[in-house]
Design a protein around this ligand. Structure first.
Ligand code: BDR
Ligand code: CA
Length: 347
C-alpha cells in the first residue's frame, strides 16, 4: 500500500469516489486530542472537511489558531481555518490548560517559528453562518472546544439551527458510568470555559448530540496502541506518538496507568458511526452560576417529571455507552489505511 507525504494511502481515493462524504465544520482548540481528531477526519474517506474554526481552551486563541494553521500546512489539509472569539460570552477568561496540553498546546513538540498559511477573512462565527447558508441541510458541525463560536453564530443568525444537518459536541459530564467533571467535581472543560455559550447551544432546536466524559473516559488508547500507530501509521502515526508523550504524562499524574482518554476523537467517531454508541434523549441545561457552574444536566424524556427549567426546550441526545474496542479499531483503521472498519471486513 503506498502512502503520500501525509501518510495517506493511495487506495483511499478509489474508496472515496464510491461514497457520499459528510461536509464537516470542525470547531476546535488544538490541543493534542483535537489534533488527533482532526487527523482522523482528514484521513477518513467519509469526510469532506469544509472548514476549521478555532477557539481558546487548550491554548490562547493565538496558539490554537497557529496550531490549526500548522496542522493544515504540515498534513496538506485543504479546509480554510477561521479564527474564533478570544473571550467567552461570560466575559470571564479561563486560562489555557497548559498542564494538560503543554505550553504550545501540542505537547511541547518543536514547532516552526513561522507558518505561511493565514486565517480566513471571516471570523469563525460568520464563517459558520455563511457556510451553513451556502449548503442548506448539508453541514455537520463537530465542536470539540468551548461553545462560544456556535453560540455567536446562533445569535447572529438563529435560522442556522434549521439549516445544519446536525451538531455533535465533545462536552459535558452527565454522571453515567461513574464519570463526573474534570475541572470541578461536576464540570467538564469545554463547558466550563463558557457555560453561558453552552446553555445557548443546547437551547437551539438543531439535531445535537453531546459526547461527554461519560463515554470519552470509557475509551483509552494504551501506550502499545499509540506505539503501533507510530510504527505503522506513517508520518501521521509518528506525529500522534510525538504529541501524546506529554498527554500520557498528564494522564499518569491523574492516576491513568497506561495511555490516554479519547475525548475529541470519540465525538468525531460518533459523527461517522453513531452505531458505536448508545444514546439517551431529553433537554439539557447548563448551570451558569454558583458552585455547580458548568454542570450539564439532562432531563431524560423517559422521566415523567415536568419542570419549567427544562420543559419547552428542545430534546437532544447524550451518549451513555460506547463500544470501545470497536471505536479503537475504527480510529486505527482510518489512521493507518484511511478506511472504515466495516469496509475492511467486507473486502
Ligand atoms: C476536552 O477538554 C480539552 O482538554 C480536550 O481537548 C477535550 O476537548 C475534554 O474535557
Ligand atoms: Ca478540544
Amino acid at each position: 500500500m503506498t502512502r503520500d507525504a501525509s501518510g495517506r494511502c493511495a487506495e483511499r481515493g478509489e474508496i472515496k469516489t464510491t461514497m457520499s462524504r459528510k461536509k464537516i465544520i470542525f470547531d476546535t482548540d488544538p490541543g493534542i486530542d483535537d489534533a488527533m481528531a482532526l487527523l482522523f477526519l482528514h484521513q477518513s474517506p467519509q469526510v469532506e472537511l469544509v472548514g476549521i474554526t478555532t477557539g481558546p481552551g487548550n491554548g490562547t486563541i493565538d496558539v490554537t489558531t497557529r496550531n490549526a494553521l500548522y496542522l493544515k500546512e504540515r498534513f496538506g489539509i485543504a479546509a480554510p481555518v477561521a479564527r474564533g472569539a478570544a473571550e467567552p460570552l461570560t466575559g470571564k477568561t479561563v486560562p489555557p490548560a497548559a498542564f494538560v496540553h503543554g505550553q504550545n498546546a501540542l505537547g511541547d513538540i518543536p514547532l516552526p517559528e513561522h507558518i505561511a498559511s493565514v486565517p480566513h477573512d471571516l471570523p469563525a462565527y460568520r464563517f459558520i453562518v455563511e457556510t451553513a447558508r451556502r449548503h442548506p441541510g448539508e453541514i455537520s458541525i463537530l465542536a470539540v472546544g468551548r461553545m462560544t463560536n456556535l453560540a455567536l453564530a446562533l445569535r447572529e443568525d438563529p435560522e442556522i439551527a434549521k439549516l445544519v444537518e446536525q451538531v455533535v459536541i465533545m462536552g459535558g459530564a452527565f454522571g453515567h458510568n461513574g464519570h463526573s467533571g474534570n475541572v470541578s467535581p461536576v464540570s467538564e472543560a469545554n463547558i466550563d470555559g463558557d457555560p453561558l455559550a453552552a446553555d445557548e447551544v443546547f437551547a437551539a432546536a438543531w439535531p445535537l448530540t453531546a459526547v461527554g466524559l461519560d463515554v470519552t473516559k470509557e475509551t483509552r488508547m494504551s501506550n502499545a496502541y499509540l506505539r503501533s500507530l507510530a510504527d505503522e501509521g506513517g508520518e501521521v502515526g509518528q506525529f500522534i506518538w510525538e504529541i501524546t508523550r506529554f498527554y500520557e504524562k498528564f494522564h499518569l499524574g491523574r492516576g491513568v496507568q497506561d495511555g490516554i482518554y479519547v475525548h475529541d476523537s470519540s465525538a468525531a467517531a460518533f459523527l461517522l458511526d453513531p452505531s458505536l454508541f448508545v444514546t439517551r434523549t431529553g433537554p439539557i441545561r447548563v448551570v451558569t452560576e454558583g458552585l455547580a457552574i458548568g454542570q450539564t444536566i439532562q432531563k431524560a424524556n423517559v422521566l415523567n417529571l415536568p419542570h419549567a427549567d427544562w420543559d419547552g426546550r428542545p430534546s437532544h441526545a447524550i451518549c451513555t455507552h460506547v463500544d470501545s474496542p470497536r471505536l479503537l479499531g475504527f480510529y486505527r483503521q482510518v489512521i493507518l489505511h484511511g478506511i472504515h472498519f466495516e469496509e475492511v471486513s467486507s473486502d
